[in-house]
Design a protein around this ligand. Structure first.
Ligand code: PGA
Ligand code: ZN
Length: 426
């Protein structure tokens, strides 16, 4: 990363809208005649240890506005970052954390930290006349690659009015030889699954927050089985061409020490046992948040799914290097989801990738359910060599913006495709 190429001359925060139509924080950073703008995404199934997303309350946007918050912090944030080297994410992180003092950015908010730190990165790239991914090369000691995509086919949980308990059934095009082929296969699987659902009498025009199909399945099992059938319907081999991944988002099903499962209340071992059975029945290569964020017993049981399966932590690690290191010590997983706005700054997200790869864990750069039309997440995945990316479906423009950026980079940047080797094993 080339430093010293431009000090932040100005920083402006403003209220924008995310893909759900909710207000979010945008930042525009200026360096001489160059500038960069970034919007913070927002989760619906946010973990309780994430950097905070502070909303105004009151009447504007049903209490979800951020304009008053911006007015409260604008001048202090501006003063803190002016003069900081925009090409140094750790310097920007240091300035923001010195201003806030709280690990979860309880004063300025993770949305402000995310928007400012990403905008600084984009402004620095623009000032240096390079693509954003190029500025990150070296930051994680991993070579840049085009990531293996993990694509949402069927949605449930907090992204689809709770019609099934688990949040996402995704496909992973493990047999594809290029990023373009991978996306085409996922698009075909979505169409194949849609045909399977239409034949079963479900309405298929309604889509969930991330563009997934949202049908009122009788059970989680039926949803997984429909995606496996959709892979075959697409003319692809379930398992060897296209495998299946789940985001159980188990924190959303957990209350009072028990899980809600198909209308019943069950223990951690019972909940994890159902995942084990799914793995025997379906070609599953990755399980995300198979236990709730603070359920140590559940995570210890999930560890037994390794090494064949990618055991991926989202709410468990909230893109925090310290939490990733604790997970590594416990030996409970082998992969971490990377969401910059969980960390609150770009630098902390980079540190989480470094912590993961130091132990041979995989990293999956991820969008949120409340996304934006921006493309920097694709550059983050490429420049850090993360190896995997999860953005939602192959439709909805806030999703396709990222896929299209990667399709363009595959055409023009001469980057290798990470492919199935990026999946965690171990
Ligand atoms: P969220 O969902 O953005 O609503 O948290 C994405 C995920 O859980 O991976
Ligand atoms: Zn998740």
């Amino acid at each position: 990363m080339t430093r010293g190429a431009g000090l932040i001359a100005d920083c402006h925060l403003w209220q924008a809208l995310d893909s759900r139509g909710d207000p979010t924080v945008a930042a525009t950073i200026e360096i001489g005649s160059a500038s960069g703008t970034a919007l913070a995404p927002a989760g619906a199934s946010a973990g309780s240890h994430e950097a905070l997303f502070l909303r105004d309350g009151g009447s504007a946007y049903g209490g979800r506005a951020v304009a008053d918050h911006i007015a409260r912090v604008q001048e202090r944030v501006r003063a803190a970052v002016i003069g900081v080297d925009a090409a140094d994410p750790w310097a920007v992180d240091g300035a923001l954390r010195a201003l806030d003092g709280d690990d979860r950015l309880a004063d300025i908010g993770g949305h402000v930290g995310t928007a400012v730190s990403i905008a600084a990165w984009l402004a620095a790239a623009s000032a240096q006349g390079v693509a954003p991914w190029q500025l990150l090369v070296g930051a994680t000691a991993r070579p840049p690659t085009l990531p293996l995509p993990m694509v949402n086919i069927v949605s449930g949980g907090a992204h689809a009015a709770g019609i099934i308990d688990i949040q996402d059934v995704l496909c992973v095009p493990v047999g594809a030889g290029s990023f373009a082929e991978a996306i085409e296969w996922c698009s075909r699987v979505r169409a194949g699954t849609r045909a399977v659902l239409a034949e079963a009498g479900f309405a298929t025009a309604l889509i969930a927050d991330e563009g997934g199909l949202a049908a009122p399945f009788a059970s989680d099992d039926d949803a997984i089985a429909a995606v496996v059938e959709g892979i075959a319907r697409a003319g692809l081999q379930p398992g060897s061409d296209v495998a299946v991944a789940l985001d159980v988002a188990a924190t959303e099903c957990f209350a009072g020490g028990q899980y809600r499962m198909a209308g019943q209340r069950v223990s951690s071992p019972e909940f994890v046992d159902r995942i084990r059975q799914w793995r025997q029945r379906y070609p599953l290569v990755s399980i995300e948040d198979g236990a709730a964020e603070d359920d140590d017993e559940g995570w210890a049981l999930l560890a037994e799914l390794r090494p064949e399966t990618q055991v991926l932590g989202d709410d468990r690690y909230v893109t925090s290097p310290q939490r990733v290191l604790r997970g590594i010590e416990r030996g409970e997983a082998n992969a971490v989801l990377i969401k910059p706005n969980q960390a609150g700054t770009l630098a902390r997200a980079l540190d989480a990738i470094v912590a993961a790869s130091g132990a041979g864990w995989a990293s999956v750069v991820s969008a949120r359910s409340g996304e934006t039309e921006e493309t920097w997440l694709a550059d983050l995945a490429v420049g850090t060599g993360a190896g995997q990316i999860k953005v939602g479906s192959t439709m909805r423009s806030e999703r396709t913006a990222k896929w299209n950026r990667l399709l363009w980079l595959e055409q023009t940047a001469g980057l290798p495709y990470a492919g199935r080797a990026a999946l965690a094993r171990g």
